[in-house]
Each structure stands twice: as structure tokens, then as C-alpha cells.
Design a protein around this ligand. Structure first.
Ligand code: B12
Length: 218
């Protein structure tokens, strides 16, 4: 099987919402030595994208979205250990404190979880606040912990404005310069990140880690 065929098998299983097949296809790709990051990007995320497209076209409804979410989560557990191993820095100095959250009104957590796990593996001390987190609570937690990075996820276009609200609130409180604000999620773009005054965005978890490291010069 070529790498491409592995990706297709994984994506198809996600699109079909078949948890068993998604985990099996993911494991098969890893067993065949396909790079775990490629498995995430080329297989799982492209499957997620296709599910999203079908949902937008009215071919899929909430139950299909939920099944795909379940398959994605299960397959993510399979790809996570080799992914973390590959990107892990081992022992070493903590590179910085990160507060991660999916912003209020949004309950998507698969992307946030993998970003948080990979940042942890790369040597950051990550406090994951979960999903649907009010922006004020995120700021309070960052202040309490003395964090340097705030990592925000949002997948809904209707939840993305809360990222801007958080930055505006930091500015109003005179503490914007204390934090590196990273934003991400399927609908977040470079232009959006710039427009709201964030410090950066990235398309996937490995890029997110690279970005966090570069911002901390670590
Ligand atoms: C699975 C899924 C669900 C599951 C989520 C399960 C879960 N536990 O997360 C369930 C069924 C719950 C769900 C619900 C809904 N969903 Co939904 N969902 C999806 C789907 C198919 C996949 C999301 C996913 O997990 N992707 C895989 C992960 C790994 O990717 P990711 O999150 O993008 O994360 C990666 C990068 O973005 C990046 N990243 C993530 N966070 C961060 C943070 C930083 C700082 C950085 C730098 C990078 C970064 O790295 C990650 C890893 O590489 C997407 C389609 C899509 N295109 O993504 C729709 C999608 C996000 N959902 C959508 C919608 C509309 C909904 C609902 C409103 C449906 C409804 N009518 O109820 C609800 C909303 C509920 C709510 N209040 O949040 C729309 C949003 C449209 C829009 N533009 O707003 C999408 C885009 C589908 C579509 N095309 O229409 N959904």
C-alpha cells in the first residue's frame, strides 16, 4: 500500500464514522512506517475536512458529525504516542507556561487536545482548561499561573470573535504585552490572526509547537 492509499483508507473510515476501521487503518499506516504527522494531516484531518464539506452541502447531519468525531478521537489516541515520541524533547528545561482552551460557545476539542499534548511533549508546561471556556476565565488562569503563552482554539466562525474579545480585554487591562497569543482551528487564517492582533496561527499541531518555540526563542 502506498502512503496515499493509507491516507485514503484513514480518511474514508473517518468519513464513514467507523471507529474500528479508523483505528485499524491508522495503526496499519503506522505499522507500515508512515510518518505519524502525515497520518494526522494526510489521513485524519483530510477525513475531517471531507466530513465538514458533506455537512455544509447538507449530505451529512449532526449524527454523522458525531460519529466522525468519535472515530477521529479514537484514531487520535492511536497516532498520539508515536507522534509525541517523535516530537518529544525528552527531559529538559521547561520552555514556558501555556494556558490552552477552546473558547466559549465552542465544544470542539480534538485539535486543541493534540496541540496541548504536543506542546507538553515539546517541553512546555500546559494547563488545558477544556472547551467552552469564558475568555475572562482564560485570562484569570493565565495571570494566576504566570503563563507566557495563551493558546486558543475555535472551529466555529461564530466562536472566533471571542478570540478578538480576549485580546481586547487584555489590552483594556494593560496586560496584552505579557502574553504570546496563538490562535488556531479549522477556520482560523493568517489574515484573521493578524486582524485581531494575535501573535500567530498554524495549520497543524506540529506547526503550532514550532511557532510556540520560536516565540519563546526556545
Ligand atoms: C468532529 C466535528 C464535530 C464534533 C466535535 C467532537 C469533538 N469532541 O471535538 C461535534 C459533533 C461535537 C461537532 C459539533 C458541531 N459542529 Co463540528 N465539526 C467537526 C469536524 C467534522 C471535525 C473537527 C475536528 O476534530 N477536526 C480534526 C482536528 C485535529 O482538526 P482541528 O480542530 O482543526 O485542529 C488542528 C488545527 O486546526 C490546529 N489547531 C487547533 N487548535 C489550535 C490552536 C492553536 C493556537 C494553533 C496554532 C493551532 C491549532 O492543529 C490541530 C491539529 O493539527 C469539523 C470539520 C472540519 N473541517 O474541521 C466540523 C465543523 C467544525 N463543525 C461545524 C459545525 C457547524 C458544528 C455544529 C454547530 C453543528 C450543529 N448544528 O450542532 C456543532 C457545534 C457545537 C459547538 N457548540 O461547538 C462546522 C463549523 C462551520 C463554521 N464555519 O462555523 C464545521 C467546520 C463543519 C462544516 N464544514 O460545516 N462537530
Amino acid at each position: 500500500m502506498t502512503d496515499q492509499e493509507h491516507f485514503q483508507a484513514i480518511a474514508d473510515a473517518v468519513v464513514d464514522g467507523d471507529t474500528d476501521l479508523a483505528t485499524e487503518a491508522t495503526q496499519a499506516a503506522l505499522d507500515a512506517d508512515v510518518d505519524p504527522l502525515q497520518v494526522l494531516n494526510g489521513g485524519l484531518m483530510s477525513g475531517a475536512e471531507e466530513v465538514g464539506k458533506r455537512f455544509e452541502r447538507g449530505e451529512y447531519f449532526l449524527p454523522e458529525l458525531m460519529l466522525a468525531g468519535r472515530a477521529l478521537k479514537a484514531a487520535m489516541e492511536v497516532v498520539k504516542p508515536p507522534l509525541l515520541e517523535k516530537y518529544s524533547e525528552g527531559e529538559g528545561k521547561v520552555k514556558g507556561k501555556v494556558v490552552a482552551a477552546t473558547v466559549q460557545t465552542d465544544i470542539h476539542d480534538i485539535g486543541k487536545n493534540i496541540v496541548a499534548s504536543m506542546m507538553t511533549a515539546a517541553g512546555f508546561e500546559v494547563t488545558d482548561m477544556g472547551v467552552d471556556v469564558p475568555i475572562k476565565s482564560i485570562i484569570d488562569k493565565a495571570e494566576e499561573l504566570g503563563a507566557q503563552i495563551i493558546s486558543l482554539s475555535a472551529l466555529l466562525t461564530t466562536s472566533m470573535p471571542f478570540m478578538k474579545d480576549l485580546i481586547d480585554l487584555l489590552v483594556a487591562r494593560g496586560i496584552r504585552q505579557k502574553y504570546v497569543i496563538l490562535v488556531g482551528g479549522a477556520s482560523v487564517t493568517e489574515d484573521w490572526a493578524k486582524a485581531i492582533g494575535a501573535d500567530g496561527t498554524a495549520r497543524n499541531a506540529a506547526e503550532a509547537v514550532k511557532l510556540a518555540r520560536s516565540k519563546m526563542n526556545a
